[in-house]
Design a protein. Structure first.
Length: 363
């Protein structure tokens, strides 16, 4: 094994005690005496932030021109998939854009240009739309992918800053990004350029959502998990319904009502008359009322009239908030039509219990 070659760095860097050690890999050793204050670190962050968002409005507007509209239209009308591709940091942006499109129901996947030339080109055909990201536009690894796409009539949306670059010239819809100064201290590490590229990707996704009239309900279908899934969870998704609702006829006695409540195991009974809710009663109400009434007394003597209820398409988070504020453990669920009218009597279609909400991870 070759001996490591030490290269001393003169000047300011040398005075700071830096030394490069070069062997099969390069290691950068920094003297422990180097200390950067928290204030300086915060200042670096501010400088980077300013550089990333330095792009003049006029330059940004050039990105979102008629070609941007064409890109939205061609993806919206595509009969196949949206294939995103790129190399290096642009490849990471392509992966993110592809993932975002998939999460909103636009079928998409990432294609690695290096893998493409070894057989993965078979994954795409003329029904697909190819979005290729390369800030310079001259990444050599893209050449074969672009030739293949042009040969077989696959529409290409090229995203690059070089107006005369290989990618822009090979694209059916060229998207020319503004040339920006990188935000890192040496001005070479992709930072501002990746941010502006990601801005385009997220803008494209947002425009497609508007084109499709995308709703929260559809988003919930594609994103049932995590905090987003919990936020989009509706009462109707978790409510108890059918014979699980503790329905008690208004003519029933206290004794029979208690048996129904005990059987359903929710600690509450929904009092109905001709299938409409007229009140509720809890097992606590019955225990307290049993001192003054016999078991054969009608349950209506103990019920609470005009109980709180909630619409089936109300968010589960709101249901939990109401329960917490009112210090109750259950809410009767009605149709949205009845909920909007706020009828005093309504047909119950379900009941949501606080345990159901907590079991779904609601907090």
């Amino acid at each position: 094994m070759a001996k490591p070659v030490k290269v001393a760095i003169n000047g300011a860097a040398g005075r700071m005690g830096r030394e490069l050690v070069i062997d099969q890999s390069i290691r950068l050793n920094v003297s422990s005496r180097i200390k950067i204050s928290k204030a300086k670190l915060r200042n670096i962050g501010k400088i980077v932030g300013k550089l990333i968002f330095q792009t003049p409005k006029s330059m940004v507007n050039k990105v979102f021109n008629k070609n941007f509209v064409k890109a939205v239209d061609i993806i919206h009308k595509a009969k196949g998939k949206v294939v995103c591709s790129g190399v290096g940091k642009s490849g990471l942006i392509a992966r993110k854009v592809s993932a975002s499109l998939s999460s909103v129901g636009i079928s998409s996947f990432f294609l690695d240009p290096n893998s493409a030339i070894h057989g993965d080109l078979g994954q795409i055909d003329k029904r697909d739309v190819l979005i290729v990201f390369s800030y310079s536009g001259n990444t050599s690894e893209l050449t074969t992918l672009l030739k293949y796409s042009n040969r077989f009539g696959i529409k290409v949306i090229g995203v690059a800053s070089g107006e005369k670059s290989l990618l822009i010239r090979a694209s059916d819809i060229p998207i020319i990004l503004p040339k920006v100064k990188e935000a890192d201290p040496i001005g070479m590490v992709p930072s501002s350029s990746t941010s502006i590229t990601l801005l385009f990707g997220d803008s494209l996704m947002s425009a497609l959502l508007a084109k499709q009239k995308f709703t929260k309900e559809r988003f919930k279908i594609f994103h049932p998990g995590g905090n987003i899934g919990k936020t989009l969870l509706l009462v109707k998704d978790i409510m108890l319904k059918g014979n699980k609702i503790p329905l008690i006829d208004f003519n029933n006695s206290i004794d029979k009502a208690l048996k129904i409540i005990s059987k359903k195991n929710l600690g509450i009974g929904v009092i109905t008359k001709k299938n409409n809710v007229i009140g509720i009663v809890t097992d606590g109400d019955i225990r307290r009322g049993s001192k003054n009434f016999s078991d054969k007394t009608k349950i209506t003597y103990l019920m609470t009239k005009r109980p709180m209820f909630i619409g089936e398409n109300t968010s589960a988070a709101k249901a939990l908030s109401i329960m917490s504020d009112k210090k109750i453990t259950s809410l009767i669920v009605s149709s949205d039509k009845d909920y909007k009218k706020r009828k005093s009597m309504f047909k119950p279609i379900g009941i949501v219990h606080i345990h159901s909400l907590l079991n779904y991870g609601m907090k």
